[in-house]
Design a binder for this molecule. Structure first.
Ligand code: UDP
Length: 244
């Protein structure tokens, strides 16, 4: 991506508008262009509203992709067209064909990242996975993990520590691998490992993935109250021509 992509703002946060996010990611990987990829959803937009450090972090990310239905609806209401790139799909598209660039899996419960790696080794035998580490490490272990990352310089570093911890973790440590693409992937390892199930395709097509998630993980209800708040604070004004 030599030319800066068009950007639309949502509550002061950027969303990059690209025809093909996977292609943009591949180009940044092969070019060794250090990148923090933020997969923006409504929950994160609301969190950033009350967390200035998270807001600044997202504003500084090289690639912010529209992950959730809320952000996609917002872009439609602002007459930008349809942009929808769930982080798990985006990373899957890249991993499915990656050969030359090395990958590191970091995060998830003990055993989960390793199973996610097995899943990917089966799906793409050419994938060069150089490291795997669960996400429940001690401060002492963290030092070893960082030394390992610095030594390996993996081109793609997937960080599954949950939002916003993974974003801040990437921000703190990305200088160790300046040419890497770092992506916060939330619960993706759980899905690839088979620990959690993704909403069926028909639900995803109807933008109902959030409802399935609530059904599968009812304890998330408090966190998910961000969605109706997002509808009132962001989508309704956009409907009447406001936004940004
Ligand atoms: N996780 C982790 N270390 C922690 C906290 C969480 O590795 O200290 C992992 C957790 O096991 C899960 C992921 O982070 O695999 C968070 O998944 P979730 O679906 O909650 O992601 P989010 O909705 O925050 O993107």
């Amino acid at each position: 991506m030599s030319v800066a992509p068009p950007v639309l703002t949502i509550q002061g946060l950027p969303i990059h508008l690209l025809p093909d996010y996977a292609q943009a990611l591949r180009e940044r990987l092969s070019g060794g262009l250090g990148t923090h990829v933020v997969t923006l959803n409504a929950e994160m937009v609301m969190q950033a509203g009350s967390n200035p450090a998270l807001k600044t972090l997202i504003q500084g990310a090289e690639l912010v992709v529209p992950d959730g239905v809320g952000v996609t609806l917002y872009l439609r209401l602002r007459r930008c067209g349809t942009y929808h790139a769930p982080g798990i799909d985006l990373v899957s598209q890249v991993l499915a064909h990656l050969q030359a660039e090395t990958v590191f899996f970091l995060g998830g419960a003990p055993g989960v990242a390793a199973r996610a790696v097995q899943y990917w080794q089966h799906r793409n035998p050419h994938l060069s996975i150089v490291g795997v580490q669960h996400g429940y490490f001690t401060p002492e272990e963290e030092g070893e993990i960082l030394a390992q990352l610095q030594h390996l310089q993996p081109r793609l570093i997937l960080v599954a520590l949950g939002v916003p911890r993974q974003e801040f973790w990437i921000q703190r440590h990305r200088h160790l691998c300046p040419q890497s693409v770092w992506v916060g992937v939330g619960g993706s390892f759980d899905i690839w490992a088979g620990v959690k199930v993704r909403a069926p395709l028909w639900m995803r097509r109807l933008y109902l993935e959030w409802a399935f998630r609530l059904y599968q993980e009812p304890w998330r209800w408090r966190r998910m109250l961000a969605l109706p708040r997002f509808a009132v604070q962001v989508l309704v004004p956009a409907l009447w021509g406001g936004g940004g």
